[in-house]
Design a protein around this ligand. Structure first.
Ligand SMILES: Cc1cc2nc3c(=O)[nH]c(=O)nc-3n(C[C@H](O)[C@H](O)[C@H](O)COP(=O)(O)OP(=O)(O)OC[C@H]3O[C@@H](n4cnc5c(N)ncnc54)[C@H](O)[C@@H]3O)c2cc1C
Ligand code: SF4
Length: 338
C-alpha cells in the first residue's frame, strides 16, 4: 500500500474546501470499497478526507411528502428505518439483497452509489483495463466476461455497476443532492451514472471536487406492489448476475404506473421508457410482462461467457413483475438478521 495523508472534514463546507484544494484526494466514508481498491493499488490517493463523522446521517421527511436520506446513513440503518420499511420497502429489500450484515453496518448511502465495478480485470493491475488505465485496452471483451454487461456496452468497456440499492433508487426516480465549490446542485438519478462510451474511467457525472450530501425520494413509494429479485451465484455475499426492481401502481387489475430497473446488466441501472410505457393501461398479466421484458432487452448483446444473462433477465423480469402485481415481494434471506 502507498503512503497517504489522512484528514478529517469538520463540516460539508470544509470537505468541499479540502477536496477542491487537492482533486487527487479521495473522500472516505465506510471504506468498504475504497480501502480494498487501495490495497490492490487500483486507487492510489495521496490523501484521504474522512467524511464519516459529518452530520449527514439522518432520514428526514420533505415538504412534498418524500424523504431526504443523508449520504452517511448506513446501509443497515436505512434498510431497517421505519419510514423506509413502511413507505419504500423496495429500497429496504434491495439493500438487504446486497453484501453482508457486517458490510452493510459500515457502508454508507453515498458510498454505495460510488462503489466501483467488480469486473475482475479492473482489480488486477497486471492486466489492461480502460477503466483503470485509459487507453490500455479492455481485457474482458475477449476474456472472462461472465459477470459483464449485455446492455449499453462500448468497444472500450463492458463493465457493470454492482450496486443493488441503486437499482431501486433508479426505479423510484430518486434525486442525488451534491455540493461543490460552485454551490449545491441536484442530479436526477437517471443522469447520475454514465454509460462507458469512450470514457469508461468516469462512472458518474459527479465532479471530482463534489460531495454527495443526500438522496431524495419522491412521495410515491409503490409500497403495495413492488419486488426486488437478485439472481447470483451464491445466496449471500455475491453481486448480481441479474437483478430486477419492479414497482407497479394498479387500478383494479390494470397497470396505472410501472417502473422497471435492471441491475448486473449495464454500466448503470438500466431503465427503458418504452418498456414501462408498454405496461401502462395493460392488464397485469404474464403476457404484458413478457412483452415488456422483450422490449427492455431488445438491444441486449451477449459476449462469449455471458449470453445466458439475456434469457435469465427475461425470466427474472416476468417473475419480479408477477410478484409485484400479486403483492408478494421477494423476501431477502437476510431480512431476519437484525
Ligand atoms: C465482499 C463485498 C461484497 C459486497 N456485495 C455487495 C452487493 O451485493 N451489493 C451492493 O450493492 N454492494 C455490495 N458491496 C459494496 C458495498 O455496498 C460498498 O462497498 C459500499 O456501499 C460502499 O460504501 P462506503 O461508505 O464503504 O464507501 P467507501 O468505500 O468509503 O467509498 C467508496 C467511494 O465513494 C466515495 N465517497 C463515499 N462517500 C462519498 C460522498 N458522500 N460524496 C462523494 N464521494 C463519496 C469515496 O471517495 C470512494 O471513491 C460489497 C462489498 C464487499 C467488500
Ligand atoms: S470491462 Fe471495463 S472494467 Fe472490465 S476490463 Fe474492460 S475496461 Fe476494464
Amino acid at each position: 500500500m502507498n503512503n497517504f495523508q489522512y484528514a478529517r472534514a469538520t463540516d460539508v463546507a470544509d470537505a468541499v474546501r479540502q477536496i477542491a484544494a487537492d482533486p487527487a484526494a479521495k473522500f472516505i466514508a465506510g471504506g468498504t470499497n475504497l480501502i480494498d481498491l487501495m490495497k490492490y493499488e487500483v486507487e492510489r490517493p495521496p490523501r484521504l478526507i474522512d467524511i464519516s463523522r459529518l452530520p449527514l446521517n439522518t432520514v428526514d421527511e420533505t415538504a412534498d411528502g418524500g424523504l431526504r436520506i443523508g449520504a452517511l446513513v448506513l446501509n443497515t440503518d436505512l434498510a431497517y428505518h421505519p419510514l423506509i420499511e413502511k413507505r419504500y420497502p423496495l429500497v429496504s429489500s434491495a439493500i438487504l439483497a446486497g453484501a453482508s450484515q457486517q458490510l452493510r453496518n459500515m457502508a454508507s448511502t453515498g458510498g454505495n452509489l460510488l462503489q466501483r465495478t467488480r469486473c475482475f480485470y479492473f482489480y488486477d493491475v497486471a492486466t489492461p483495463c480502460n477503466k483503470r488505465e485509459p487507453g490500455s485496452g479492455c481485457s474482458a471483451i475477449d476474456g472472462i466476461n461472465r459477470i459483464n454487461a449485455i446492455l449499453g456496452t462500448s468497444e472500450a468497456c463492458i463493465a457493470t455497476h454492482p450496486s443493488d440499492l441503486c437499482v431501486a433508487l433508479a426505479a423510484l426516480e430518486a434525486k442525488v443532492h451534491v455540493a461543490g465549490p460552485a454551490g449545491e446542485r441536484v442530479i436526477p438519478f437517471a443522469d447520475f451514472h454514465r454509460l462507458p462510451g469512450s470514457t469508461p474511467e468516469r462512472d458518474t457525472n459527479l465532479e471530482p471536487n463534489e460531495i454527495i450530501t443526500a438522496i431524495e425520494l419522491p412521495a410515491q413509494g409503490f409500497a403495495a406492489n413492488y419486488s426486488y429479485v437478485k439472481i447470483r451465484d451464491r445466496l449471500s455475499y455475491a453481486f448480481a448476475l441479474v437483478s430486477v426492481a419492479a414497482a407497479l401502481e394498479l387500478d383494479g387489475g390494470r397497470i396505472k404506473e410501472a417502473r422497471l430497473a435492471l441491475g448486473g446488466v449495464a454500466h448503470k441501472p438500466w431503465r427503458d421508457p418504452q418498456a414501462e410505457q408498454a405496461l401502462r393501461g395493460q392488464a397485469a398479466d404474464r403476457e404484458a410482462f413478457a412483452r415488456a421484458a422483450d422490449l427492455l432487452l431488445r438491444d441486449a448483446r451477449g459476449f462469449s461467457h455471458n449470453a445466458f444473462k439475456i434469457d435469465l433477465a427475461r425470466r427474472a423480469i416476468v417473475r419480479t413483475l408477477t410478484q409485484a402485481a400479486n403483492g408478494t415481494p421477494q423476501i431477502q434471506s437476510s431480512k431476519k438478521i437484525r
